[in-house]
Structure formats: structure tokens, C-alpha cells
Design a binder for this molecule. Structure first.
Ligand SMILES: Nc1ncnc2c1ncn2[C@@H]1O[C@H](COP(=O)(O)OP(=O)(O)OP(=O)(O)O)[C@@H](O)[C@H]1O
Length: 228
């Protein structure tokens, strides 16, 4: 499902962000990516949805060979991946429902299906009553749940999250994590980069630790393992 073979990433300014990463993540897994600041976690995440390209190595995601993927085919890859960010990245002039609908409009889904699916995913995240609110009228946790609903709209096989609780207080972070657990229970693979020690140590999932661009630890039911 997700396979990286000896993946290296050097940014154009010469920074070596990843130095030979090999990893295999199976369908339905829930994986935390941990490590110190600057270790390469976001780069690892960005390679998966082809925001960045590897300098060297092979990446296969949901049946796509990232190396061979033509730019015009990137949208096909991204339909199979939902992405959630620390800063939510909602469109401020659109309501919650419109933000979710947008993800379906860009792929040309029929309006009737869009209406049904928007309601479904907003119900899934418990926000059906706030469908018509604009992002600034929602709390941080609610905005993140809209972003999660948007990421689920296309029924992705994989949900990738980069520091999704980074802007949320502890209680709200747990709401979002319970939501992730439910999504994972329904079969979606989850890969989440995080600095949240409490969540990693409580939920006990697979933990992959990256330091200086290499995997230094990969444990089933692992721990966070850093003091920051
Ligand atoms: N676009 C870029 N151009 C040049 N260097 C970059 C770029 N993006 C990241 N880097 C560098 O690559 C290295 C890895 O960065 P990355 O963002 O992947 O780390 P991270 O583990 O996600 O860090 P954090 O926990 O602080 O988010 C760092 O040295 C960073 O400065």
C-alpha cells in the first residue's frame, strides 16, 4: 500500500532532508511519525502525496509509482489520499459545507452526489449542525474536523496528517484523535507526523522515529521516546 525503497531527498539549496528511507506500511495500519524538529518528518509526508519528489529511491502509494507519475496524473494519486495539516488550510470565504464540497467539485462529481456526500462526512465528524458556518465562526477543533471531513470526501485509502493537533488544546486534540481512530476502524490507513507525546504514548500504535533523515526506530505499539 505504501512502500519506500532507499528514498533520499535533497532540497535545491543542498539540505539533505532524507538519507535512505525504506519502509512498508500496510492497508489499515495506524502509524505515528516522530522525531526531533528538522528530522525530516514533513518531507517524508510530502513525498507521499507528491508535494515533493525524491532525489533518489522508489515510492509506491496506492498502486501509483511516484517516480513514473506524470504531473497531469497527480490529481489521480491525490484522490486516493486525504491530507490534514496543522493549520487546517480551510478556505475562509467558504462555509464548512462549501469547503468540503469544493474537494468534490474539483474532480467533477455530480451536484446531487456532492450534496449527499458533504452531509455524510460532516455527520461523520459530528458537525452536521455547523454546515453553514464559516471557518472564523468555528473553534480550532471544529475547523480541524471540517478539514478532516474534507479529506474524507473522496473516500481515500490513506489519510496523511502533518501535526494535526499542533494548534489545538489537549482536550480538543483528543477529540480529533478519537475521530482518527474511528476513521482507522473503518479501514483507512493513517500516517500522522506528531510531536504530541501524550497521544503517542496513550494510543500505542506503530511508531516510526526519524532522526537526521533516517529511520532510527520502527516499533509496533511504540512510544514517543523524546523529551520535547
Ligand atoms: N523547501 C525546503 N527547502 C530547503 N530545505 C528544506 C525545505 N523544507 C525542509 N527543509 C529542510 O529539510 C530538513 C527536514 O525538514 P522537515 O520539515 O522535513 O522536518 P520535520 O521533521 O518535519 O521538522 P518539524 O518537526 O520542525 O516540523 C530541515 O533541515 C529543513 O530545514
Amino acid at each position: 500500500m505504501i512502500e519506500m525503497q532507499d528514498v533520499w531527498k535533497e532540497y535545491p539549496n543542498g539540505t539533505q532532508a532524507l538519507n535512505g528511507i525504506s519502509v512498508h506500511i500496510q492497508k489499515g495500519e495506524f502509524v505515528y511519525i516522530v522525531g526531533p524538529s528538522g528530522a525530516g518528518k514533513s518531507t517524508f509526508i510530502k513525498l507521499m502525496y507528491r508535494e515533493e519528489r525524491p532525489t533518489r529511491g522508489h515510492i509506491f502509494i496506492n498502486g501509483f509509482n511516484i517516480e513514473k507519475l506524470k504531473d497531469r496524473k497527480i490529481p489521480l494519486l491525490r484522490r486516493t489520499i486525504g491530507v490534514v495539516f496543522q493549520d487546517f488550510k480551510l478556505l475562509p470565504k467558504l462555509t464548512a459545507a462549501e469547503n468540503v464540497a469544493f474537494a468534490l467539485e474539483v474532480i467533477g462529481a455530480p451536484p446531487k452526489y456532492i450534496r449527499k456526500r458533504v452531509r455524510e462526512v460532516l455527520e461523520q465528524v459530528g458537525l452536521e449542525e455547523k454546515m453553514s458556518m464559516y471557518p472564523h465562526q468555528l473553534s480550532g477543533g471544529e475547523q480541524q474536523r471540517v478539514a478532516v471531513a474534507r479529506s474524507l470526501a473522496n473516500n481515500p485509502a490513506v489519510l496523511i496528517a502533518d501535526e494535526p493537533t499542533g494548534n489545538l488544546d489537549p482536550e480538543t486534540s483528543w477529540d480529533v484523535m478519537r475521530l482518527f481512530q474511528r476513521i482507522n476502524d473503518l479501514g483507512t490507513t493513517i500516517v500522522m507526523a506528531t510531536h504530541n507525546r501524550e497521544i503517542v504514548n496513550t494510543m500505542r500504535k506503530r511508531v516510526i522515529a526519524i532522526e537526521n533523515g533516517v529511520i532510527v526506530r520502527d516499533e509496533e505499539k511504540g512510544y514517543y521516546g523524546y523529551d520535547d
